[in-house]
Design a protein around this ligand. Sequence first.
Ligand code: HDD
Length: 710
Amino acid sequence: MKEKEEKSSKKIEDLKKNTSDPKGKTMTTNQGLKVNDTNNSLKAGERGATLLEDFILREKITHFDHERIPERIVHARGSGAHGYFELYENQEEFTKSGIFTDTSRKTPVFVRFSTVAGSKGSADLARDVRGFATKFYTDEGVFDLVGNNMPIFFIQDAMKFPDLIHAVKPEPDREIPQAASAHDTFYDFVSHTPETMHNQIWLMSDRAIPRSFRMMEGFGIHTFRLVNAEGKAHFVKFHWKPLLGVKSVTWDEAVKIHGADADFHRRDLWDAIEAGQYPEWELGFQIVPEEDEHKFDFDLLDPTKLIPEEMVPVKRIGKMTLNRNPDNFFAETEQVAFHPGHVVPGIDFTNDPLLQGRLFSYTDTQLSRLGSPNFNEIPINRPVNEIHNNQRDAHMRMTVNKGKTAYFPNSIGGGCPHLAKIAEGGFHHYEERIDAKKIRERSESFNDHFSQPALFYRSLTAHEQEHVVQAYSFELGKCTYDHIKQRMLYILAQIDETLSAKVAINLGMDIPKEIDQPLNQAIGADADVQKHQPGPKKNYLDKSKALSQEFLPSEGIATRKIAVLAADGFKESDYNKIKKPLEEAGAMVQIVGVHGGTIKCDKGDSHKVAHALMTTESVVFDALYIPGGKENIDALMKQAKAKKFINEALKHCKAIALDGEAEELFDATYGKDFKDDDAVCINESPQKFIKAISEHRNWKREKAAMEIPA
Ligand code: HDD
């Protein structure tokens, strides 16, 4: 009961007005008529032609024929969850918004995570940016923080968004490749648009192949404004910090997870919430006083730049918990409509040209996707406070507006709905002074395209850097035009010469000394070409620890999935020794049996098998345990898949524990070369295994493990 109460919120109560539950109910048509047969159409005789009169058939088929809507133009594939946000400390110094000043509030939220490029049916583990969009249902209206899991964006001006997306989406002649940036059109575009390089190098990093939505950071990206009750503004960057830390899979795993479980991230989020392991993120503010606007080596309005946390620390101001899965994917996750322009008093925009363009695009896209300007009335989109205005009618209007007046000012309606004074919560735009010429131009302060990609690369640990090299080598290796690869090698050399040199070796090419056209082609026809070329690389910070996910704090092994590879006759005492402490630490321990159903341990008791070996793969688990028992190991020895399971866990640097006779099986795999590995626990205490799992991967093994032909 307590759990139920916790999961309720103003928004969940609001959704109940539209929730339908068929339990114990009779089937009806949409007109409320009880239905007696939904299996047979009305015919002239048993074998006769179907009659047009059959309104029950017509209604059923007509509704079915129309049940798809256009998928999102970007971020089509996603997964959502409900939860709440709680504030640690009043932030009135910076903002007057209720969610950031009232610590007694538990503000309902709905979050949707997504991939950008793939279509709705694509696989979760594509190398891609992840969307991280949060709808706060505040007492003052909806606030949407529509961010990504990377702190910067590819382009500086919204005008280029269609070009970027056309370049990354499948090539238009044959619609290939699905959900992949590794193709000619993408690299053709980015190699002529050097502003993309910062987000591009993040895309080549481990951040683009997360272990879980629950283990990613989130960023509002743009510099926004917070405005306090006195009207004073501060610049702010929003950060979401996951309490589970930031973790990724390896590229080899990502490729294999595509086949083993295309819904890996969706399932992971759903299962964690169902198991009561609620994902949590702290919200951080990176605050810059208005008077410091020009004190940085980059422009705060440029969305391809981050503010290193070493220069402006992130202040953690509250926590979001996701504790409830949606009841219906379509009604909630598919129909939810986010918009960076949904703000509440105390939060405002800046002149970031990418943000400004976004403010137009999001309502516009909902009109074609959801089909009507009344999309705000869809239950998941409506605020928890009341809506009153003079907007009327249009397709699928739900609200029954009373009264004669739909205009303002009016006297017949008593002047209602009346306006709110600013002091009563009426929204008031920040009064920014603007004195400017109307020009189609880009500021020269946006010209530095290489300093921050270089900072990012320098800040990574050796194995993270190696992953970036591998990713570029893979992606460019998939391109077919040599001149595109050459431009990319030339650009990579501007960022980091060793990076470019390593990729060049893998491509079997030399780094060109010069290129035939200027680097930046994303300029107007009459623009001064030189003025728009990237400026010299600067080094205002040697390294930023916050950019490497290896240094981001995480604790414990909660929600990690541990496979217990076993057959009949496995030693129960070994299994029990591991199972209890792992489960107490919050891990999910699952038997992978040589067959489904149940297997018997050496004591003769039956144990439920979670997955038969033939139905699952090592890549969907975080760690592996193999108990002893002669009969057990003899049976596993005969299974090639069992050996593959072990070899892959080794290759992907996972923690592996084994006891007793299991060592024989391990010796029959590449495991024999890794018995001294820090994350291989042979006849060891469960605590050592738990520690190895909590470290996520033993990257020290990676170089040698890459040689395993699994
Ligand atoms: Fe966008 C969806 C994030 C730039 C136009 N965007 C969308 C979603 C996320 C983002 C997370 C999915 C929301 C959901 O789950 O429903 N977009 C970003 C970020 C950007 C960004 C972090 C840069 C900082 N977007 C951007 C630009 C434009 C758009 C510059 C257009 C000029 N984005 C859209 C869109 C989408 C969208 C076409 C598709 C579906 C939707 O809006 O509702 O309007």
